[in-house]
Ligand binder design. Structure first.
Ligand code: MN
Ligand code: MN
Length: 459
């Protein structure tokens, strides 16, 4: 069963539209390199598209009605958007879900130290990474420092051309004979992923003079003292912008495409969709990469609480109505899939792999070792989705993440399925997933956005 390559079918107008979608996608990636930045950018885009904060409705006791567009956010790290439909909400809603956290290095709470004329920031990596990929590349710092007086300082260093960047050093090849014999998982140890932060000592200091220089700069530029690191969230990410890739510019090379490619495609579809019969929802959550834990992860009650508030504002809330709505809902749990990589062919089953350019990928099941941990979507649901995508001419493919028993990966699908709703994993194929720079196909980004829009309109 061959699936067609979407590039082959595009007319001039579609290619233009595809470039427009992908250019906006690159901007989204550049503006949102952390979950906080993604939520901020999402709110800006949503408000421009006529969305209002649900809090306003709750406080004013204003009634939500068909055609209204609202959003709710939690701690600036997770967000849910709703476009209220004409049909009774008890009959269920259509949900597009994706995550906006990505693998990175997080600065520890007591991070700053000096060693032989260098100041370092100590880190703990976040999510699954091949640690050796994070040394010697230019890195930027994004995040917030919450001070005792309640103020929060936003920090972005390393993205502007005039900014300095940071790095983690590696041992020169000339002295690396022992290191090169180590297993890849041991070549660079997690505790050694410390950021080279400064090297200029203060002239009037004898001890820890470089660290003193760092502290005086932090105070002068950001009003931060060493103790303020205690209540900071500073994320170290690859420095630089998303780029077109390939001589034909058919791909995108960027940090954080797992899962901001699905987050963006979902959001763009959500903002473009006009009047809907079933209430449409776009859910962008944090903490997927570490098990969807915490208040801002999918396993928290944020989504359920927000649904209760939405139904209450519509005058339709009761515990039973909420349960019925959730059980009758349909969801696309969108997360990236592993693209077939000819250089690593042995990790894939060629017949059931995701290919660049063949459209949005559906994973009936994920999981590992006998589908363990998999959501395993219903055949009937997948059948209904196929019909919708074919009706709207959306390119799609089905795949499994790698060969049987090679590995696997989790998503947020199983969490929403707990309500008894129909959920299927889908998303965009990525090369070098979880690497500092990941690759996607522009055709797949475009088809995903089209597919999500079709789902919101017709599911
Ligand atoms: Mn993911
Ligand atoms: Mn991931």
């Amino acid at each position: 069963m061959e699936r067609k390559n979407a590039w082959k079918g595009y007319k001039k107008r579609e290619l233009k539209e595809l470039e427009k979608v992908c250019s906006a996608y690159r901007d989204f990636l550049d503006a949102g390199k952390t979950e906080r930045e993604c939520v901020k950018t999402t709110i800006e885009m949503a408000e421009k598209a006529g969305y209002e904060n649900l809090d306003g409705y709750i406080k004013a006791g204003k009634k939500l009605k068909a055609g209204d567009k609202v959003y709710a956010e939690l701690m600036g790290k997770s967000i849910a958007l709703f476009n209220i439909g004409t049909e009774s909400i008890e009959k269920g809603i259509n949900i597009l879900g994706a995550h906006i956290d990505s693998p990175r290095l997080d600065v520890k709470q007591n991070p700053l130290y000096e060693d032989n004329g260098f100041a370092y920031l100590d880190t703990h990596y976040y999510g699954g990474i091949k640690k050796y990929q994070w040394v010697t590349i230019p890195l930027a710092i994004h995040g917030v420092v919450a001070k005792k007086d309640g103020s929060v300082v936003d920090i972005v260093i390393g993205e502007d051309e005039k900014d300095p960047v940071f790095c983690v050093t590696d041992l020169l090849i000339h002295l690396a004979a022992d290191q090169m014999e180590k297993k890849a998982s041991k070549v660079i140890e997690g505790e050694n992923l410390d950021i080279l932060f400064a090297s200029k000592p203060l002239a009037d200091k004898d001890k820890d003079a470089v660290k003193a220089g760092v502290l005086s700069l932090l105070l002068e530029k950001y009003g931060i003292e060493e103790e303020d690191f205690l209540s900071a969230e500073l994320e170290i990410v690859p420095a630089g912008k998303a780029r077109n890739a390939g001589l034909d510019s058919s791909m995108i090379l960027a940090y954080g495409q797992d899962d901001r490619v699905c987050a963006y495609a979902s959001l763009a579809a959500m903002l473009d969709v006009k009047k809907v019969k079933k209430t449409a929802c776009c859910l962008l959550v944090d903490k997927e990469e570490i098990g969807s834990v915490g208040a801002t992860g999918m396993r928290s009650k944020f989504f359920e609480n927000t649904m209760a508030e939405v139904m209450n504002c519509m005058g339709e809330y009761s515990e039973l109505a909420l349960r019925r709505c959730l059980a009758a809902s349909r969801m696309l749990s969108s997360d990236v899939s592993a693209a077939y990589d000819p250089a690593y062919a042995s990790a894939f089953d060629k017949k059931n792999a995701a290919y660049f350019g063949k459209g949005v990928v559906f994973n009936k099941f994920t999981g590992a070792r006998g589908k363990s941990g998999s959501n395993d979507a219903n055949a009937e649901y997948l059948g209904a989705i196929r019909a919708i995508l074919d009706e709207k001419g959306v390119a799609f493919q089905t795949a499994e993440l790698g060969k049987v028993d090679v590995g696997g990966g989790g998503t947020i699908a199983y969490i929403l399925s707990l309500y008894g709703m129909e959920v299927i994993d889908c998303g965009v194929a990525v090369l070098s997933m979880h690497a500092p720079w990941e690759v996607t196909s522009k055709a797949d980004v475009y088809e995903a956005k089209k597919g999500y829009e079709a789902f919101l309109e017709l599911a």
